[in-house]
Every structure is written in C-alpha cells, then in structure tokens.
Design a protein around this ligand. Sequence first.
Ligand code: BES
Ligand code: MN
Ligand code: ZN
Length: 504
Amino acid sequence: MQLRVVPDQPWDVEADVLAIPIVGEPVFDGPLGELNRRTGGELAALAEFGELRAKPFTSSLAASGEVRAKRILTISVGPADHLDRETVLHFGAAAEHRLGGRHARSLAVWLTPLADAIDGGLSTVAELVARGVVEGSFDPKTLYRDRDDVATAPPVLDELVLVIPGGDTAAVQNAAERGVIIGEGANHARSLSNRSANDVSPEVLAEEARSVARDHDLWIDVIEPDRARELGMGMFLAVGKGSDNPPRMIVLRSGGEGERDALDRHLAIVGKGVCFDSGGISIKPADRMEEMKMDKIGACTVIAAIGTVARLAPGTPLLAVAPAVENMPGSHSTRPGDVVRALNGKWVDITNTDAEGRLILGDAMTYAERLGATHIVDVATLTGAVSRAFGHLITGAFGTPQAWYDEVMSAADRAAERYWQIPLLDDYVPDMDSWYGDIQNSGAAEGSLIKSGLFLREFRTVPWAHLDIGGSGYFRKTTAWAPRGATGVTHATLVELALAGAKA
Ligand code: BES
Ligand code: MN
Ligand code: ZN
C-alpha cells in the first residue's frame, strides 16, 4: 500500500473514497459546509435523515457531487470531549473495514477535524489512522480459501492518502509510516492467532518464529523436550506431554551484546502459546471449546512484536519467550493432583490441568530471568474470568512494583489500548497453598482472576506486569472496526514499551 500525505482541501483530493470524521452533531460551516455545498446538500440531508448520528462508528457512503473523490464515507466518532486516541485508531479501522468487499483501491482520509482534540496533533492522528486503516483491512476470511476464491475477491487498498491542512508534511508522513508498520505487526499476530490447531502445532509456531528471526536477523533458540528436561522445566513439560505434538520453548532475542550492555534494563516479553486448550484431563465442556485454538494469541503477539520492534528500530535489545504446547487429554497427560518441580525449584501441585497457562508461563518467566531479563511483561489468554468481568473491550492487568506497572500503562496510552488494573491481594495467597507441594495451580473459583496473578507472581523475582487478554484477545462478534477473531491487542503496547526502554 502506497502512503501519501497531502496538504490540501478535502474536496480537491483524488481517490475512490474520501473518509470524513463526523465529530459530535455535525455543523455545516467551514470545510464541512463546503463539502456539503459541493455534494449538493447531500451531507446535511443525511444528517437530517438521522444518518450522521453522534453514535461512534456509524457510517454512511454518499455520492460525492463536486468533490473529486468518487464517494464520501462518513464515520461518526462521537462527541469531541470523548474523543481519545483509541477512538481515532478505531475510526481509521472502521473506515477501511466499512469498505471491505467494495471496489475501492484508494482511500483518502481527512484528518483535520481530529487533530485539535488529540494531544500530539496531526502526527499522532496520522499514525493512529494509518495503523487503524491497516488493521481495518485485516480479513480473516482469506485464511482458508481456495485460490480462485481469493482471486475473485474485491481488490485490497493500493493507496492511502492522508489529507492535512498544511504544516510539516514530512513529520506527518514519518508518523504515518510508523503506524503502518505497527498495524502490519498486529495483523501478523492476528493471522497467526486465527490459524487452527490442525495447522499450527508448537513446532509450526517455532517455524514461524524462525522465519521472523531470518527476516529481521534475530537470535533464536527453540528448546525441545529433551533439553527442557535437562533444564528442569517441569511445569512446561507437564502441560505438553499429553499431546503427540511435542512442546517447544521459543526464545527470540534482538540487539547485540554491545547494545544490551549499554542499557541497564533488559525487557522480556513472554506470551502464552497453547496451540489448543482442551483443558487436558480436567477437560472443558464442548460448548465453545473450538475457541481454544486462540489460546496461543499471547505467543503470536510477542513473536510479531519483536519483529515490529526490529523493523522500527533495528538492534533494540528485547527478549521474547513463547512457551508453545498443546493441552490434550490422553494416557500420557498430567493428572489432576500430579506434583511437578518448576524451573525455579518450587513444587507445584497441579490441581486442575485446565489452569495450564500459568504453568508454562511460570517456567518461561524463570527462563527469561536466567537469560538476563530485568523486567518482564507477559501476555496471555489466561482466564475466562477476565472476559466475564470486563468483556472484550478491555484487558485485565496486574503488576508489581506499581512503578513498573505504571510504566507499562504509559506505553499503553501511547499505543491507544485500554487496560484495567486488578489487585494482587496478598490475603488470597493462603488459598493457593498445597497440602502436597509448595503451591497449587488452581484454588476455589472465588477470586480466581486475582489468584491467577498471585500464582504467576511466584515465578519471577524482577519487576513484572501481566496482561490477561482472555476477553480482549479475540472478538466473538464482528464490530464496526474489527472482524470476529484475534484482535492484535497488546502488540502496540509491547512495541511502545520496548522502544521507550531502549531510550531510557
Ligand atoms: N485458556 C483458558 C482461559 C480462557 C477461557 C480464555 C475462555 C478465553 C476464553 C485457560 O487456560 C483456562 O482454562 N482457565 C481456567 C482457569 C481455571 C481452571 C482456574 C478458567 O478461566 O476457567
Ligand atoms: Mn485452560
Ligand atoms: Zn488456556
């Protein structure tokens, strides 16, 4: 996709479609008045008809009259005082998503009305809109289709034109290019995540990681079961051993020793890679079990994120660890009540084989520390409880110490992603006590979301944050800005965090 930033009036830009944001209830003066005049009053008529309501992401595709673009796409973004970075991101995505299946090869987006309301002005808006358009073009239906089918599908976007009032075009262009790269990284995570379990085994995920390593010249190590046994990764192996597809601990590293030594911080991003979560012997009910092919989103996200960081700032020190397993029932599986030794030496009583994410992540975090990580963020579809509590629009987050959590959240703000902090309540620690070992992996259901964090906390010694994307990681229904399936959430936060750390 070609990207152009043009200082121009929106009516003078040539494109198949001109997207315009409608902020609040539209008032037809200034440039919006001129657009309305050139459409022969079409926009005002739409408003009168109730088509331009202030409800975010309602849209309409109008004839353009004397506007040079062939069609005008209005997208409402809600009232000005609610306009935030996430809305701007979703505006871009909604514009392109709305055009899915239409014959539009070039899309122009008028940025001016958004720039005043957003800190960082035009450059920030350009970055978020460009990223949104790329993310909005993501189509999971191209994944498993025969070639002829794909060949007859409507064309994808060739050109994105960002229309600004004037100013430093080069700076806006740079920002938009950054947005495109971040959007492509999110889409990479999404397309890997959406692939089914008969397609993506732990070894195939490792193969995908190897191709990221080749593309960006990263160091990679894939630990197979024999070596994991020698190392003592008892929790990781306990989850993987029930499947014929053996587990893989995937480790990617960017930045050379020199770059690492120049920093006193080594960030590790750790992602849960359960290629299929049947629950194991503590088997899940059949209803919605098919969604558990998504249980690898965390791993896909960290693999994509280290690639994105390498594209934006080659040589940035970053460690990505993705424990990949299949959680299956069988005569080789771990039984409820089995006690195993974790890599950090703790004895863990596996009271529920369906609480497997925390087991593989625990060993992965210990291993990240062995490789020198001084700060950790993990991403995981860890609990169903987080989606019951927060739904799909917000990610549950934990962290300690608070200063590190706050730093992760300021990266989240830059990334235009929403999180909500869950307390690590020490009072519940005794609920995880085990009669037979040091700790059990699953206690009573009450407070289970908090307890999942308390368990993970035992397997790291450095500052750590945990992002539970059990709800936000994938959509069950298509929205105005994203199709059903993996959302790519947390990718941008991880990228911002890694880049900020490299400057610190
Ligand atoms: N992968 C699931 C969590 C999940 C469920 C994510 C549904 C998204 C949608 C995880 O491994 C799991 O099974 N968690 C259990 C934990 C329980 C056994 C303590 C859960 O949330 O029920
Ligand atoms: Mn599970
Ligand atoms: Zn799981």
